[in-house]
Design a protein around this ligand. Structure first.
Ligand code: PEP
Ligand code: MG
Length: 890
């Protein structure tokens, strides 16, 4: 039988998958000799078993009882005993941190008897009754699923009745009355009494924590953060220590560095006479951690010591939750802390400079997604900026949108395509939907460690929190800023997560300094720019994959080159058939065979040639893969309905051209155009079309060569499924190249499953393969992308059929398998064959890693993603299992 329960002395930080992050790190701190209250962890395996079977696995109860007995022995108290009760917290803790998403119950073990024992032992009646009402409140919400407002309202009523504002002004008798009220709420809502048996409380709390894994907000959070749905959570049972034992007690959170900027120092919040979740929930306003020095110098000094120990031990920014119980410091949690994208780069390089890690490790400490975030625009510093207030700069970025005051409204407007900023007094885990929908989040209460701040940072979303001057009225859907400025729902505001400023109206945005750096104009004195430069330089020196760009014009090509692209992996020629040239394409379609068609092609050729010449010039000396026309021709014709109406309205006066066009649109209409007459099929069916394109490429190469340039053309045939298709086109193209007297590689896309499965044959006629994973995914799954994404992908994600859309990240098992086969058989048939990818996946971090693993030579993505792909290729080379295939030149 598996071992389901681990004492804190038995675990360590590497057992996250089994013990969850919290359990693993509590064990690690215990073993470092830090002051952690004793306790034990029930594993994620037990949770998975519980969720699968709907009951706790056999043997778990006995094992947990034995650990509880050991805990009671160590503490010299029994759980819930009437005279001197041991109380425990029951805390969730999954392998990935999910702030505020899952549930915790404190003070388990209290009942009508043990509350007196607690009061006696602590010498504090008020504390005991406060702890008891907290248990009923948390238990009621978490375990019994009651509406939290029922308890909140009773609390507000108690304060109102007494004429006080803060819970600190309530006394023992008030809390005792609240306990009665709370018990009444439980009874009336559930039909049962609040359970007084401590062991039953504990068991129910454990089951509730397990169940909270599947709470809607946790499901949503996991999807957002791409955390797999089947991991389950661990549960930690920890001896309670109390931060609510008077003003010499308290609870707080600390970071070893600023999670916003990466600066070393003392960052955090502290709340006197408070318990557990009060700080993160933003119930009362906290003080800055530095102020703890004047409140309790000894604990402060000890905390700073521990923070140093932890940072050196974990070699990274740590975040910490602690409690002080009557002057004694206890560590309740630590983990490698979430941070903003900018802080991630700065911290990685700072740690390398300190010698705690080397530069290779620094590269692995940052991600492509973080780099992408740093490339977003920010507010123009030169703009007229007169903030209506300034809050805390909790998560950087520039967000502009209409103010909204509820998550439902945020979602509603976002679905209508509006940009919104979610404004709340404070956020709770139930606001996740609105936070995802919004451009940014603004709160009037809570510090940098409040729910809003932590979650926004995790999502990379702009957040200003604790803007205390704002009076937020959610009911009336408005807030009031100093000077009487009233902002109603729908008014546009701009929030700056880097400075904390809040503006009325739209503040203009400017490019990020990181983009300017990639453009070659960045400020090298800027710490962030320097950190990005050092990480990127190292990643480039380590990566094996080359990175190219998808670009269809000289401007994009030039930008891609500045961003580090080593060529063009996909130039889609159909984009050159749009705009003014559309008429020429219509001519081509309307033309009869023979001379008429040739005339239409002749009109297009010089235009194509000049496009290619400009691109070759921008990418001089680097490979440029030009794909011959791919989409069905009717895409270049007017819409059937619009044209029919025009012709019908004109009646007998309808022009010959319109009638001809209508005729052509009807003739070319297809039920499933994605599977119809497109790609190589067009080239084979419409004589002269591909030849015109190849001639334009060849002449552009000749022109650049004659001008002293170094053009390197690669001609790519789309949608090939059989080598015979390719052979025909290839022969014609070779003839034209010979005629013009230039050279170019000729290859194909692998985007039809049959091409992947017959790659050995196709390689006989192809000097390169480029995986078109957009089509390959459509055809491997039988999904028409435009139809399925909106129709049912969210349901598929809910059902866990896939964790991420296969159009975003390569589906390793299916599409990936096709790619592996093609790589293997292609290389076997033609050892030097060049292999790349040009589908959207080429810029997706996880997919870049897959391409590294299967031994591609390059990835190609949109110009803006090129730096992301460079970084991920470097990380893959440093971390990955390495390519499965022998290296070949890129
Ligand atoms: C592909 O299918 O992956 C591809 C790059 O081609 P397109 O997206 O133009 O169909
Ligand atoms: Mg395609």
């Amino acid at each position: 039988m598996p071992k389901y329960v681990y004492d804190f002395t038995e675990g360590n930080k590497d057992l996250k998958d089994l013990l969850g992050g919290k359990g693993a790190n509590l064990a690690e701190m215990t073993n470092l000799g830090l002051p952690v209250p004793p306790g034990f962890t029930i594993t994620t395996e037990a949770c998975r078993s519980y969720l699968a079977d709907g009951r706790l696995p056999g043997g778990l109860r006995e094992e947990a009882d034995a650990h509880l007995a050991a805990l009671e022995k160590a503490m010299g108290k029994r759980l819930g005993a009437a005279d001197d009760p041991l109380l425990v917290s029951v805390r969730s803790g999954a392998a990935f941190s999910m702030p505020g998403m899952m549930d915790t119950v404190l003070n388990v073990g209290l009942n009508d008897e043990s509350v007196h024992g607690l009061a006696k032992q602590a010498g504090d009646e008020r504390f005991a009754w406060d702890s008891y009402r907290r248990l009923i409140q948390m238990f009621g919400k978490t375990v019994l699923g009651l509406d939290a407002d029922l308890f909140e309202d009773a609390m507000e009523e108690a304060k109102r009745a007494k004429g006080v504002e803060s819970d600190l002004d309530l006394d023992a008798a008030d809390f005792q009355r609240l306990v009665d009220t709370y018990k009444g709420i439980v009874r009336s809502q559930t039909g049962h009494d609040f359970p007084s048996d401590p062991r039953e409380q504990m068991r129910l709390a454990v089951e509730a924590v397990f169940d909270s894994w599947n709470a809607p907000r946790a499901v949503l959070y996991r999807r957002q953060e791409r955390i797999p749905a089947d991991l389950g959570t661990a549960v930690n049972i920890v001896a309670m220590v109390f931060g609510n034992l008077g003003m010499e007690s308290g609870t707080g959170v600390a970071f070893t560095r600023d999670p916003g900027s990466g600066q070393k120092g003392v960052y955090g919040d502290y709340l006197q006479n408070a318990q557990g979740e009060d700080v993160v929930a933003g119930i009362r306003n906290t003080v800055r951690l530095q102020e703890l020095e004047s409140i309790d110098a000894e604990s402060y000094r000890r905390l700073l010591d521990i923070m140093r120990t932890l940072e050196n031990h974990y070699r990274d920014l740590c975040d910490i939750e602690f409690t002080i119980e009557r002057g004694k410091l206890w560590m309740l949690q630590t983990r490698v802390g979430k941070r903003t994208a900018g802080a991630a780069f700065r911290i990685a390089v700072q740690l390398a400079d300190q010698g705690l890690i080397d530069l290779d490790e620094a590269v692995t400490r940052v991600t492509g997604d973080q780099l992408a975030q740093l490339m977003f625009p920010r507010f123009d510093a030169e703009a007229d900026r007169r903030p209506i207030t300034t809050g805390m700069n909790a998560s950087p970025g520039a967000a502009v949108g209409k103010a909204v005051f509820s998550s439902e409204r945020a979602k509603e407007l976002a679905e209508q395509g509006e940009d919104v900023v979610l404004v709340r007094r404070e956020t709770t885990p139930d606001d996740l939907v609105g936070m995802i929908a919004a451009q940014g989040v603004l709160t009037s209460r809570g510090g940098k460690t409040s729910h809003a701040a932590v979650v926004a940072r995790g999502m990379g979303k702009t957040c200003v929190c604790g803007a205390e001057e704002l009076e937020v009225d959610g009911q009336e859907r408005r807030f009031t800023a100093p000077g009487g400025v009233v902002v109603n729902e729908g008014d546009v505001i701009s929030i700056d997560g880097t400075t904390g400023e809040v503006h009325l109206g739209e503040v203009p945005v400017v490019p990020s300094p990181v983009v300017e750096y990639f453009e070659g104009a960045g400020d090298r004195d800027d710490e962030l720019v320097r950190a990005v430069d050092r990480v990127m330089t190292r990643a480039d020196s380590r990566r094996r994959l080359a990175v190219r760009a998808n670009a269809d014009n000289a401007e994009d090509a030039a930008r891609a080159r500045r961003f580090g692209a080593q060529g063009i992996g996909l130039c889609r020629t159909e984009h050159m058939f749009l705009g003014d040239r559309r008429r020429l394409v219509e001519d081509l379609i309307l033309a009869g065979p023979g001379e008429e068609r040739q005339a239409a092609l002749d009109a297009l050729e010089p235009l194509q040639r000049s496009d290619f010449t400009a691109i070759f010039q921008a990418m001089d000396g680097l490979p440029v893969t030009i794909r011959l026309i791919d989409p069905p021709l009717h895409e270049f014709l007017p819409d059937l309905t619009a044209l029919s109406v025009r012709v019908a309205l004109a009646g007998a006066d309808a022009g010959a051209r319109d009638r001809g066009l209508l005729e052509a649109v009807k003739r070319l209409h297809e039920q499933n155009p994605m599977l119809g007459l497109r790609g190589v099929r067009l080239g084979l069916v419409i004589p002269g079309l591909f030849a015109m394109q190849v001639r334009a490429i060849a002449q552009a190469v000749a022109e650049r060569r004659d001008a002293g340039g170094d053009p390197r053309a690669e001609i790519m045939i789309p949608l090939v499924a059989a080598v015979q298709e390719l052979e025909g086109v290839r022969e014609e193209a070779e003839g034209i190249l010979r005629e013009v007297g230039v050279e170019a590689l000729i290859g194909t896309m692998i985007e039809v499953p049959r091409a992947a499965l017959t790659a050995g044959q196709i390689a006989e006629a192809a000097e390169f393969f480029s995986f078109g994973t957009n089509d390959l995914t459509q055809m491997a799954w039988g999904f028409s992308r435009d139809d399925v994404e909106a129709a049912f992908f969210s349901r598929y994600l809910d059902l866990g059929i896939f964790g991420v859309s296969p159009f975003e990240t390569i589906d390793r098992d299916g599409v990936g398998r096709l790619m592996r086969i093609a790589v293997e058989e292609g290389r076997a048939a033609r050892p030097g064959i060049k292999l790349g990818i040009c589908g959207e996946h080429g810029g997706d971090p996880e997919s870049v890693r897959f391409c590294h693993e299967i031994g591609l030579d390059y990835v190609s993505c949109s110009p803006f993603r090129v730096p992301v792909a460079r970084l991920e290729a470097g990380r893959a080379a440093l971390e990955g299992a390495g390519p499965e295939h022998a290296e070949a030149g890129a």
